[in-house]
Design a protein around this ligand. Sequence first.
Ligand code: ADP
Ligand code: MG
Length: 570
Amino acid sequence: MSEVEKHGFQTEVKQLLGLLANSLYSNKEVFLRELISNASDAIDKLRFISLEKPEVLGNDPEFRIRVSADKEKKTLTISDNGLGMTRQEAIDHLGTIAKSGTAEFFKNLTGDQSKDSQLIGQFGVGFYSAFVVADKVTVISRSYKSNADEAVCWVSDGSGEFEVSQVTKADRGTEIILSLRDDETEFLEDWTLRSNISKYSDHISVPVQMLETVKPEGDDKKEGEEAEYTEWKQVNDAKALWTKNPKDVSDDEYKEFYKHISHDFQDPLTWTHNKVEGSQEYTSLMYIPQRAPFDLFNREQKHGLKLYVQRVFIMDDADQFMPGYLRFVKGVLDSNDLPLNVSREILQSNKISAQLKKACTKKALQMIAKLAKDDDKTKYETFWAQFGSVLKEGLVEDYENRDEIFGLLRFASTANTGSEQNVSLEDYISRMPEKQKNIYFITAESYQAAVASPYLETLKKKGVEVLLMWERVDEWVMNQVSEYKDKKFINVCSADLDLGELEDKAEKEEQEAKATENKDLLERIKNALAGEVSEVKVSGRLVDTPSCVISEGNAMLTAQMRRLLEASGQ
Ligand code: ADP
Ligand code: MG
């Protein structure tokens, strides 16, 4: 063994390790899912590399994951023959968290253990979950690129440091040895391991094996000379879930598979599984999470589907199949038509991938529409609260599906007593008085500012409902949509507020009369405010408020819009 080198964990890893025990208290067994999931990822990656370079598989071409327990040593070992890690990769991958936005996420933790531990679950704990049941974790790994005597041994007790040294390992791949805490020895029991493996790993396509005692053939027990022996036997189904007929897949299986691909600890909100044959052949399985990821608005964050071609894993986060406004959708796409050697560059300009994107987008929108119709209203409320403001981006990004997206929107409204966003455009239209031809809305900085706006006064008096918006994206989006089902969107803040037939002739005449009457006054106010305002008018729009400032037409930048542009650096 070579010299032992000590390293400290990245600060965020230390914080994560500190919170783990708390966050996984009630479902410790997830460590097994995480480690098997990593092993399966490592195998998928090597399988992909071997498409072009079959020689990397050498004399070990049959992929498998093995789980074994040693009751005397109280160790549990998970090993794989995937791509393995070099010394540097082990230091990088097992000592830091590579996700972008990680530091920011950790900065926002409150310091309240129980609250933070819930957030951590959402962040995904991965490899580090091993420390929930183990007081020492040893990783022995040999990269497919390395020789037997260039393997790495990584050891840590999870308290802030880890050690690495060079060791010898006969075969390619990774072995993770958990020295279990005294009160976690149930994970040495054959039955516990088997039931957890089939629960968590039936749907991954790699065989997970455990040792099984084999009794010698024949019933002649009297002789019984031949000793029993053990053999590696497959424990899981090892059938990729999306390849099954949807009729044969249970809800629990769908949920487990979601956790495998998403690194989420919660169940998904809903999913859609489609097998398509004909001119295009593909299978898609897409999910909507219950909660938005912490980095939903971080533009660098990876998103997209896990891409397979003819059941061979190709890449994670293939964002070529999902528009940006659906970046919260997780899932798998398995195409029969794309070439196996497809790359991100090819996907960008490929006709097939453009068709697949179109199809996946439609399916995802249908899944959301179905959720909106669900008897359990709380589901769509959850969806809307988490992802509504992202979905709105679609109105600008995806012209083709604009009407579908309009149908999914939910607004706060003057027809409600509170700030809940549950009014659809259909609701709004169905309540419109006969004379009303337009859809009225207001954008403001907050719900409070919207609902208390003096701009609403006239409309309130006339019994016209107004949609209330105050999210960051609203103003930008509403500036770019003009109508829905032949009804114009009208911002009630605009100077030339068009009330159409709602306008009262007598009122208008009165207003004009007042303007002539007060011409001098208006002139004086205008002079007093010279440079600040361009015009001072008598308004028929105010009921309780004496005056208000408005912008010209719809096109002017409002205060909020200006702030938004400044924030984005323009
Ligand atoms: P994630 O799986 O989300 O990337 P993890 O914390 O589970 O995060 O794993 C961290 C990284 O460690 C992985 O991305 C991978 O690079 C490496 N890793 C973990 N387990 C293995 C393994 N069995 N074989 C090869 N690399 C591994
Ligand atoms: Mg992982």
